[in-house]
Design a protein around this ligand. Sequence first.
Ligand code: UDP
Ligand code: MN
Length: 411
Amino acid sequence: MSSAHYQALEPQTSDEDNEDIERRSHHPRCTATASAPSSMVRKGGVGRRRCLLPLVGGALCFIAFCYLTLSGETRSALGLGGSTEDSEEESHHGLDSIHFRPLNESLHICSENLEDHRQFLQDKPRSDYGQLPVIYFVTPTYPRREQIPELTRLAHTLLHIPRLHWLVADDQEKCNNFIDTLLNRFGIPFTHLMSPMPSKFRNEKPAPRGVANRRAALQYLRQHNLTNGVLYFGDDDNTYDLQLFSEIRNTQRVSMFPVGLIADYGVSGPVVRKGKVVAFLDSWVAGRRWPVDMAGFAVNLEYMAQYPYVNMPYKPGYEEDLFLRSIGLKMDMIEPRGNNCTDILVWHTQTKSKKLGMIRLESKYLDDRSNLGALLLNLKLMGVASTTENEGRNALISKNGKEKPHSIILS
Ligand code: UDP
Ligand code: MN
């Protein structure tokens, strides 16, 4: 998701996850109170009530108490001033994650094939790669005219990559058999899961695109106790250099790298000095501590497993930032990749979207006298085009440069 396309939003209050984050990011001192286990997350809970205490004297005492009693690590994790930059870099288990709830998504597995049916990868037998950590490549996708072509193109990149498990996380209500068949054909180990965006978000502008399904994928990893390997969020429309996969495969905690074609600058990525990430270049900051694109980082699963409240809230534009906060990221943990973040190994390409094609043909001609019946049925199943009996102009069928009546060619 390109966060850079969105304007900064007022925090939403309808969603509980967002609310937690709102509290954390705008009332850091209150979160210190709310971090007591019993008052962690509930709406109108102890933390909030304490926050609202109008007693200025009490608040001042509390702030002083925070400063005197919290460790430097805790203070910096809460953004409570002091020499934040240095102390922040020392901390490895910030309290960021503490304000999230464990994920509890509607998650349905449509189909799954955990066996790798590919014999050779990059001209070597598959067995040559047996020891490599697995890359869990999470692709949120949703039904529209371009879905099958996007997944096909992406599959042809992933076909080159050994030890990869493709989590295709579908934002739709029903399993699409066409996609199952397609995924099976590629021979890449995959899980096709379905997790639609909750209806309350559908009409929001901007809507949280690809969040429900990424959350479902996170939950899948957690439920299957997959703590070995590397997680990468790869949208269905981006363009991936094969080198990217070698770069992220040995991620220890969180690796980062620039993404091309992001918003106004045409790029978003870390600023690196002396081999360390020190800041970020991105044309839309909007208060984000981690102003990076979803395609600009990878996460080690063993590292992520230490954070039970891993989350990606339904807050458009802030998904990356809040996800990375939920896994306690600190600047000094970031591993720059791609020649110290000088190469572009992933591009935020976008496919021009068009509405469903409509082809006017009488159904009596859509039988096996020609290919058109089967072809148009396939296109319908793929969500690309539909037929109609009576809307618009008759479908153009031509021969020798001349339009012919359907009856002549198809009867
Ligand atoms: N996506 C989704 N549901 C939606 C819209 C988008 O699952 O309603 C997926 C989409 O297939 C893509 C990712 O979320 O993999 C990001 O969406 P998109 O590419 O449209 O946004 P961009 O990042 O290009 O702005
Ligand atoms: Mn995209």
